[in-house]
Write a protein that binds this ligand. Structure first.
Ligand code: HMG
Ligand code: MG
Length: 296
């Protein structure tokens, strides 16, 4: 049975913008975030506290938080102790750590093997939980890796278990390069729901091969009710060659709303939020809903 409601977690200001090479002015990011909240989201990744040498676009994380980080449901990405401290200093109450199943990917993305990254993060997760901070763990390359190819689902489960045992509140399980099929989505999410019934699980699909909506439907059928999506379908990890944008929020919300699955999100207001950022991004926004809104 399909659920009556689903939570759409907006990741546009973070995943959506991190892959844009032209710097989007901080004020535009803030207006984008405010307009997105107005559309009705309850949770949003607004920025990431990563090295500005690695991702210059996110170099204004502290300013973004100062200007737009007050709302409950605000999430920020952090890769290490330095990022966690900066996030907490900026008032963050919820952080998302990120780690790939694939060691080669982790070396490219965070300059650490999977093993070292896990060992490094576990004590910080514990400390965050003691401080009452919500901890989300984004699991990259859960299906496929741009460097190592197909990932063994048992390895994904094992990393998810380690982090859950380590205290994280939520897993966001990602198809980083948009290579999964609905069959793989259904199989992996069914297994994760069965093996980790106590933990919140979100699905994070990139749309490189236009499978994101189908993969989301398959995940819904496996009992997943939380989805990371990006307004305008922007996004992609700069260290995952071939990755394109996330599932476009507006198309996902359209699909869920039409199926009678409540998201609480106002599509017209969402399109207005995309209008704020559209003039500042390098690519054409090709989601069905946004294209048809522009033609009106
Ligand atoms: P490193 O070079 O090994 O680290 O990078 P380091 O400790 O040697 O530091 C290098 C410099 O960065 C130093 O500055 C540090 O102070 C500074 P310097 O002394 O040279 O002037 N630094 C920082 N500055 C600000 N904030 C920090 C921070 N840490 C160090 N937190 C590091 C290691 C992890 C820092 C780097 O690799 C990095 O920032 N990586 C982030 C890459 C990234 O943002 N990727 C995209 C997000 S993940 C994603 O998109 C996937 C996801 O969407 C799910 C999916 O789709 O798969 C979540
Ligand atoms: Mg992503």
């Amino acid at each position: 049975d399909l659920p009556q409601s689903a939570v759409v977690i907006e990741v546009g200001p973070r995943d959506g913008l991190q892959n844009e090479s032209n710097f989007v002015p901080t004020q535009t990011k803030v207006e984008f975030i405010e307009a997105l909240w107005k559309a009705g989201f309850k949770e949003m990744e607004v920025t990431s506290f990563v090295s500005p040498k690695w991702v210059p676009q996110m170099g204004d994380a502290a300013d973004v938080m100062r200007l737009a980080g007050e709302r409950p449901g605000t999430l920020v990405l952090t890769p290490n102790k330095r990022g966690i401290d900066a996030a907490l200093d900026s008032g963050a109450k919820a952080v998302a750590i990120f780690i790939g199943v694939s060691s080669t990917f982790n070396q490219k993305n965070i300059n650490k093997t999977t093993e070292d990254a896990v060992e490094n993060l576990l004590p910080h997760i514990q400390a965050l939980k003691q401080d009452g901070i919500y901890v989300r763990a984004c699991i990259s390359t859960a299906f496929h890796c741009p460097y190592e190819g197909k990932i063994n689902p048992a390895d994904t489960l094992s990393l998810c278990k380690t982090l859950t045992d380590g205290g994280v509140d939520e897993l966001s399980v990602a198809d980083t390069i948009g290579k999964a099929t609905p069959k793989e989505s259904f199989a992996l999410f069914s297994m994760l729901k069965k093996e980790l019934p106590e933990v919140l699980i979100a699905a994070h699909f990139h749309d490189t091969r236009k499978m994101a909506l189908a993969n989301i439907y398959a995940a819904l059928c496996a009992g997943i009710t939380r989805f990371d999506t990006s307004a305008g379908g922007l996004g992609g990890c700069p260290f995952a060659p071939g990755a394109s944008g996330n599932a476009a929020t507006e198309d996902v919300v359209y699909m869920l709303n039409r199926m009678g699955i409540d998201t609480g999100i106002d599509l017209t207001q969402l399109a207005k939020a995309i209008d704020v950022v559209e003039p500042h991004v390098s690519r054409e926004l090709t989601s069905w809903y946004y294209q048809s809104y522009k033609k009106q």
